[in-house]
Design a protein around this ligand. Structure first.
Ligand code: FAD
Length: 466
C-alpha cells in the first residue's frame, strides 16, 4: 500500500480515557502538536464496547479530561445511587469524549486524529495502518511516544471466554441482556467483579426472582464504598483517608487492619462470613449491596472450567445445571496485572496510576509532569507507579506508593498549584464553607498519622508471606 511520512511532537497510541486525559494537558500546558491513533472509530476506548447499561463507578465530576466538565454536577434522585453524585452512563462518556475531540482537540489545529488505524513499530520505525483503506503511514516523533496500552482493558464483549460451553447452551456477554425476548428457566452470572455486580443488579431491577439467579463467585472481593468519595464534598474523601490511615497505624495484624477498615465503612463485602481474597477497586453503595445480598445462590468453587447441559464444572467440584439456563459471561478481567515499567523512559512515556484507583486523574498528572519537569529522573520521582490491585494485600502496597507520591507533590509549589486547580483531583478543594473547620482538623490528623501509618503498613507488608 501507499506509504507516507508525517511528523509530530507526541505520538499517542490510544484515544481511550488515558490517551485523551494525557493529550488534553499537553495541549493546554505546552505548544506541542500530537498525533493520536486508535483502532476504534471513536474516542473513548473500551467504552465503545461496553454493555448498554454500564455507568461509571465513580462520580462523573472527577472523570474524563481536566479541561472539560463531565456531567451536570447533580446528585442522583432515584435508584441505588440515590443521594450520591451522578454517575455518567456509557453513552454519556462516549459523547463526552467525542465532544472533547471534535470541539476542543481538533479545532486547535495541533491534533491529527487517526481512528480505525493500528499502530505498529516496524524495524524501529513508528507506523500506523488504516484498517479501512490499508494506507500505511510512518511517523517521525520529535519528542515522545505515549503508549496508553498499559491497562490493557478487557471487557466481556471483546475477550475470549476462558471456559468451554457445550453446543446448544446459551452463554452471552452481559452486553446481550437487554436483547432478551424470552425468559430463560434461570440465569447464571459468571464473575464477581464490577461487571458481574452490574449483571446481577440489572437482572434484579428487571424483576428476576433472586432464587432464579446463580452467581458464580470465584473469589469474594473487598469493595470500595462510593459514599465516601463524593466530588461535591471533598471532606468525605479526606475524612475517609484519615480514618483509613489511623486504622493502619493502629492495626495489630492484617486481619485487624481489614476488620477496622470494614468497621469504618471504608471497605465492604458481600458476605460478612467469607474472607475476601480479591481487591480490584470495584465500587458499590450500601443500597446495591443490599440488593446483591438477596441472591442466596452463590457458588464458591473457583473458576468455571466448562459448562455442560446438566452440570457446571469447576476446579474444585461441580454443580447441577439446567440446559434452559442463560449463562451471562462477566469473566473478563478489566485490567491485567503485570510488570510496572518506569513511566518516563527516554523517548517513551507509559502512563500508569499515580494515586489509588484513578485512571484519568493519573494520566493528566503524568502529562503535567511531562510538561513541567526536565529530566526523566525528576519526572519518575514525581510519578512512582501505584501497582494495580489484585489481592487484599495490595491495599497496603497501593496506599504506600500513593502516599509517597502525595508527599513529593506537596513539597513542590507547582504541583500543589496544579493539584488545587485540577477538576480530576477529588480531594482538591476545601468544599463547602461549613466544612472548612473539619477540613483543617482533618489535615492536622493526616499530618499526625501519616508517618506512623506508613511505618505500620511497611511492617505489616514485611510480615506477610504473600
Ligand atoms: C465497566 C467499567 C467501568 C469503569 N469505571 C471506571 C470509573 O468509574 N473510574 C475509573 O477511573 N475507571 C473506571 N474503569 C477503568 C477504565 O478502564 C479506565 O477508566 C479507562 O477507561 C481506561 O482507559 P484506557 O485509555 O487505559 O484504556 P482503553 O479504554 O482500553 O483505551 C485504549 C485504546 O487503545 C487502543 N489501542 C490499543 N492497541 C492499539 C494499537 N496497536 N493501535 C492503535 N490503537 C490501539 C484501543 O483501541 C483503545 O481504544 C472502568 C472500567 C470498566 C471496564
Amino acid at each position: 500500500m501507499d506509504q507516507r511520512s508525517i511528523e509530530t511532537d507526541y505520538l499517542v497510541i490510544g484515544s481511550g480515557a488515558v490517551g485523551m486525559a494525557f493529550s488534553d494537558v499537553i495541549l493546554n500546558e505546552t505548544d506541542a502538536n500530537i498525533v493520536i491513533i486508535d483502532l476504534h472509530d471513536r474516542p473513548g476506548g473500551h467504552w465503545n464496547d461496553a454493555y448498554p447499561f454500564v455507568r461509571l463507578h465513580q462520580p462523573s465530576a472527577n472523570y474524563g479530561v481536566n479541561s472539560r466538565v463531565l456531567g451536570r454536577g447533580t446528585k442522583d434522585a432515584t435508584g441505588l445511587n440515590a443521594g450520591l453524585d451522578e454517575l455518567a452512563s456509557g453513552a454519556e462518556v462516549l459523547s463526552y469524549f467525542e465532544g472533547v475531540m471534535q470541539q476542543q482537540f481538533l479545532p486547535t489545529g495541533r491534533v491529527a486524529y487517526h481512528p480505525k488505524c493500528r499502530y505498529e513499530q516496524q524495524g524501529g520505525e513508528h507506523t500506523f495502518t488504516s484498517l479501512v483503506s490499508g494506507l500505511r503511514q510512518r511517523v517521525n516523533v520529535r519528542r515522545k511516544l505515549v503508549d496508553t496500552r498499559y491497562f490493557d482493558v478487557q471487557v466481556p464483549s471483546t475477550h475470549q471466554r476462558p471456559y468451554e460451553v457445550a453446543p446448544g447452551l446459551r452463554c452471552v456477554p452481559l452486553n446481550d441482556l437487554p436483547a432478551i425476548a424470552q425468559p430463560p428457566s434461570g440465569f447464571v452470572v459468571i464473575g464477581a467483579g464490577k461487571t458481574g455486580i452490574d449483571a446481577c443488579l440489572w437482572l434484579l431491577a428487571h424483576g428476576v426472582a433472586p432464587a432464579d439467579i446463580r452467581w458464580i463467585m470465584p473469589r469474594d472481593a473487598w469493595m470500595l464504598n462510593r459514599a465516601q468519595f463524593q466530588s461535591t464534598q471533598p471532606v468525605l474523601a479526606m475524612r475517609s483517608t484519615v480514618e483509613q490511615l489511623e486504622s493502619a497505624a493502629a492495626a495489630a495484624s492484617l486481619a485487624d487492619l481489614f476488620a477496622r477498615l470494614e468497621a469504618g465503612g471504608h471497605l465492604l463485602r458481600l458476605d460478612p462470613g467469607v474472607e475476601p481474597t480479591l481487591y480490584r477497586c470495584a465500587t458499590v453503595t450500601h443500597a446495591e449491596l443490599e440488593q446483591l445480598r438477596r441472591i442466596r445462590n452463590v457458588v464458591r468453587l473457583g473458576r468455571v472450567q466448562s459448562i455442560e447441559p446438566a452440570r457446571i464444572l469447576f476446579a474444585r467440584g461441580s454443580v447441577p445445571a439446567d440446559p434452559g439456563w442463560l449463562y451471562v459471561d462477566c469473566s473478563a478481567r478489566a485490567f491485567r496485572n503485570r510488570e510496572v515499567p518506569p513511566m518516563f523512559n527516554g523517548s517513551t512515556i507509559m502512563p500508569q496510576v499515580v494515586r489509588t484507583c484513578t485512571s484519568t486523574f493519573s494520566a493528566a498528572l503524568v502529562a503535567h509532569v511531562e510538561a513541567a519537569f526536565g529530566s526523566d529522573s525528576e519526572k519518575n520521582a514525581m510519578c512512582a507507579p501505584v501497582p494495580l490491585p489484585e489481592r487484599p494485600l495490595d491495599w497496603l502496597r497501593m496506599a504506600l506508593v500513593a502516599m509517597a507520591n502525595q508527599q513529593r507533590w506537596a513539597r513542590d509549589a507547582g504541583m500543589r498549584a496544579w493539584l488545587a486547580a485540577s477538576r480530576l483531583n477529588h480531594v482538591g478543594g476545601d468544599g463547602a464553607a461549613a466544612d472548612a473547620a473539619e477540613m483543617q482538623s482533618l489535615r492536622q490528623r493526616y499530618r499526625d498519622c501519616a508517618g506512623p501509618a506508613m511505618v505500620r503498613m511497611n511492617a505489616l507488608l514485611a510480615g506477610s508471606a504473600t
